[in-house]
Design a protein around this ligand. Structure first.
Ligand SMILES: *[C@@H]1O[C@H](CO)[C@@H](O)[C@H](O)[C@H]1NC(C)=O
Ligand SMILES: *[C@@H]1O[C@H](CO)[C@@H](O)[C@H](O)[C@H]1NC(C)=O
Ligand SMILES: *[C@@H]1O[C@H](CO)[C@@H](O)[C@H](O)[C@H]1NC(C)=O
Length: 280
């Protein structure tokens, strides 16, 4: 045998092995046993006896309080977790044959670590941190979170969330002191803003005053006119009266004559109309 022949033989042997391995590739729902593929047990079941030359695997349901989540050749199901009351735990989701029981911390407590074997009582959220209701429901970690920029908490509390800073702008004020995670902003009134309030008020007052003045002027003027009218009535044609009064002066004697019941012939229609109006 020379070297080349030896190499050839080795190659053939390797290839043979390869082919043998290839033939024995089982699906992920099977396992290999004594050169054949046997079925695994489905989730919720465990293996009772392995297959042999003729018989397939024998499986059975997990006993109560146990679970088995995958396709398996294991002969045991795992027991459900127990949510220990004295560890502060309670059942979140009850387990079944395929799923473990899920525990959670009781209200007002949160997991002491990521494995959540035990719970610790929630401490009040320190100033600068706020209570987050969603985190409190999860109970996986402390329900407190640092106040984000623009919010603050100045109290130690088990319920108070972070509150947003006051908006000085919305109140028409200027920012005096910046807010922090433990304190609100402090606003101060600005001259600009006081002017912006004063100007409309002043304008309103001035408008009112002007209105009142105009009313008074007009009113006094008409009173004076009325006084003059009466005087004009007394003194007759002697009174120094403006143009519109002249008609009235002409009417008055007509009125008097009518009232005395003496039928007086009207000289012209215009005068008669005016006299009727006056009488009404
Ligand atoms: C077992 O519980 C899980 C949730 O924990 C659920 O999705 C599944 O349907 C349940 N299986 C049975 C058979 O009830
Ligand atoms: C509040 O802010 C201060 C200063 O920015 C910072 O040092 C501190 O850690 C913050 N507090 C909290 C609870 O986040
Ligand atoms: C917290 O801030 C609010 C609003 O600014 C204020 O009314 C209250 O007095 C403050 N409380 C404490 C303890 O500083």
């Amino acid at each position: 045998m020379n070297r080349l022949e030896l190499l050839g033989l080795l190659c053939a042997a390797l290839l043979g092995c390869w082919e043998l391995g290839d033939a024995l590739t089982c699906s992920d729902k099977q396992y290999e046993y004594k050169g054949r593929c046997c079925n695994r047990c489905r989730p919720g079941e465990k293996l009772v006896s392995v297959c042999d030359k003729t018989e397939d695997s024998i499986c059975t349901h997990c006993e109560s309080g146990h679970y088995q989540p995958s396709w398996t050749k294991e002969k045991h199901c795992a027991p459900h977790d127990i949510c220990e009351d004295n560890a502060g735990l309670m059942v979140k989701v009850q387990g079944n044959a395929t799923h473990n029981t899920v525990c959670q911390c009781q209200a007002g407590t949160h997991c002491s670590d990521t494995s959540c074997q035990t719970c610790v009582e929630n401490q009040p959220c320190r100033p600068g941190t706020g209570f987050v209701a969603a985190k409190a429901v999860e109970r996986k970690s402390s329900p407190c979170e640092p106040c984000a920029e623009g919010t603050f908490s100045n109290v130690s509390s088990k319920t108070e969330p972070c509150h947003p800073w006051t908006s000085c702008e919305e109140k028409g004020l200027l920012l005096k002191v910046k807010g922090t995670n433990t304190s609100d902003v402090i606003c101060e009134s600005s001259r600009r803003s006081s002017l912006s309030v004063l100007i409309p008020i002043t304008a309103a007052i001035v408008t009112c005053l002007v209105g009142v003045c105009i009313y008074c002027l007009v009113h006094t003027d008409s009173r004076q006119r009325m006084q003059k009218e009466t005087e004009a009535g007394k003194h007759g044609e002697n009174a120094d009266t403006p143009q519109p009064m002249e008609q009235d002066e002409n009417v008055l004697p007509v009125q008097e004559t009518l009232l005395r019941g003496q039928p007086v012939a009207q000289e012209d229609g215009k005068e008669s109309r005016i006299s009727e109006q006056e009488m009404l």
